[in-house]
Design a protein around this ligand. Structure first.
Ligand code: PFF
Ligand code: NA
Length: 450
């Protein structure tokens, strides 16, 4: 057997994992789901979910990947036996569904990036002013409605998917590491800069209040909606529940401290989402939009074009922003297609480029309806995040917690040292409280969906 590749540099694994995690989940999905969940109430449930469920769950994927050194489907079969190939099959389906709409949304960012070359964002918005006044809606929302569906959206979906397939087909890893090294700091700098500017806006205070000051009564009344929404968002944003982190950890040396790496990845991802909210909600309130959930999947585009139209130099900042997010989306999309491709290569013996092109092609077709009507976005996104990812995470928790707990603690201890009773605590946390939370989230998610 050939020696399996490991990450070229010590930071390679973190970079790839952060590249997968940081993406549209943070910048596009987080603000609109937070808006739909009523702001601060959602934020609090989400943060708790990330810390209490997301962290133990990322460790589960890490130990499975590093122990088996296989693709997710092979890994499940090795640990749990043949029947687990069906769960692996669901991982692959999840990858299909997520990437199909992910690519369409990423295409919107490319589109908004290119619009920046055709003129300032204020001049684009000016073109919608009259219609906006007539409809009584913000110009930026009409602009989004215009750009998000139709032939152009189809075109940019095609471009994005072609880029994703290209990178995965060629198996370029160095490129990804470099892109992440540039992209993550760029996003952080842009968001911090925007957050400082937003602070000076009139009525920004109402936005902070909406985003940061939870009413516990609201949480108590709405927990049946908040919990599955937070679960779906947490798994989506952390790339958990479909084997991405299994795959990345499968290339990992024994000396890495998985708990430390997990903390770093989750910290980056959560920080970027939180910052995005700090920018988006004050802009909404300052623009007189007091129901941030109403913008739906357009939230980030509506708030940012409003901002870039006002800010001096907003034209250039906007270009940079939309462009950087498109790159962030690419590194996440690559991880999605990589799981699917690696599976076909490993288990079916197909050549890499054929696997990437074949699977990518089918995923591309599945995304096409989304460019026609956003109702399909709702359907695919709701099913993947509310149901499939939570189900995947639940299965992993059952496998590692109940079926193969011994290896899990040993594997976690490599690179950390003797965990003593902490290892037992981790297993029992997975076995009971997390298992229950996931079963409840999944049941509520399924009920929401049907
Ligand atoms: N975590 C990515 C994001 O936040 O944009 C999306 C994603 C990538 C979800 C990979 C799931 C996945 F397996
Ligand atoms: Na993310």
């Amino acid at each position: 057997m050939v020696e399996r590749e490991t990450w070229a540099t010590r930071t390679g694994f973190i970079l790839a994992a952060v590249g997968s995690a940081v993406g549209l989940g943070n910048i596009w999905r987080f603000p609109f789901v937070t808006g739909e969940g009523g702001g601060a109430a959602f934020l609090l449930v989400y943060l708790l979910f990330v810390a209490l469920v997301g962290f133990p769950a990322i460790l589960v994927e890490f130990v499975v990947g590093r122990k088996t050194k296989r693709n997710p489907v092979g890994a499940l079969i090795e640990l749990g036996g043949d029947a687990w190939k069906y769960v692996g099959g669901i991982f692959i389906v999840t990858g299909f569904v997520i990437l199909s709409f992910y690519s369409v949304v990423a295409g919107w960012f490319i589109r908004y990036f290119l619009e920046g070359f055709r003129g300032s964002y204020s001049s684009h918005l000016a073109g919608y002013e009259d219609a906006a006044a007539e409809a009584g809606e913000p110009a930026a929302l009409l602009m989004f409605g215009d750009l998000s569906v139709g032939l152009d959206a189809f075109f940019f979906h095609t471009i994005f998917m072609a880029m994703t397939i290209g990178v995965v087909a060629l198996g370029i890893r160095q490129g990804i590491e470099l892109a992440v090294k540039v992209m993550v700091p760029a996003i952080v700098v842009l968001l911090i800069g925007m957050a400082v500017w937003v602070f000076t806006l009139p009525d920004a205070g109402a936005g902070y209040e909406y985003y940061l000051s939870p009413e516990f009564g609201v949480i108590a009344d709405n927990w049946m909606g908040l919990l599955p929404a937070a679960a779906g968002q947490a798994f989506f944003t952390l790339s958990l529940g479909m084997g991405v982190m299994i795959t990345y950890a499968s290339y990992l040396g024994e000396d890495r401290n998985l708990a430390k790496d997990g903390t770093a990845i989750i910290g980056f991802d959560t920080g970027i989402a939180f910052l995005t909210g700090l920018v988006v909600f004050p802009i909404f309130f300052s623009a007189g939009i007091t129901e941030p959930g109403d913008g739906g999947p357009g939230a980030i585009f509506v708030s940012m074009t409003e901002a870039f139209a006002t800010i001096s130099g907003g034209h250039l900042i906007g270009l940079l922003f939309f462009g950087t997010v498109a790159i962030a989306a690419l590194s996440s999309a690559i991880s999605l297609l990589e799981v699917v491709t690696a599976y076909v290569i490993d288990e079916k013996g197909v050549e890499r480029w054929k696997a990437a092109l074949g699977m990518g092609g089918v995923i591309y077709l599945l995304g096409v309806p989304v460019t026609y009507d956003l109702i399909f976005l709702d359907l695919l996104d709701g099913f993947a995040d509310g149901v499939l990812l939570v189900f995947g995470a639940l299965m992993l928790v059952i496998l590692v917690g109940w079926i193969t707990p011994k290896f899990a603690v040993q594997e976690l201890e490599k690179g950390i040292g003797d965990l003593g009773s902490l290892g037992t605590v981790w297993i029992w946390v997975i076995r009971l409280p997390i298992l229950v939370v996931l079963v409840v989230s999944l049941s509520l998610g399924v009920m929401d969906y049907v």
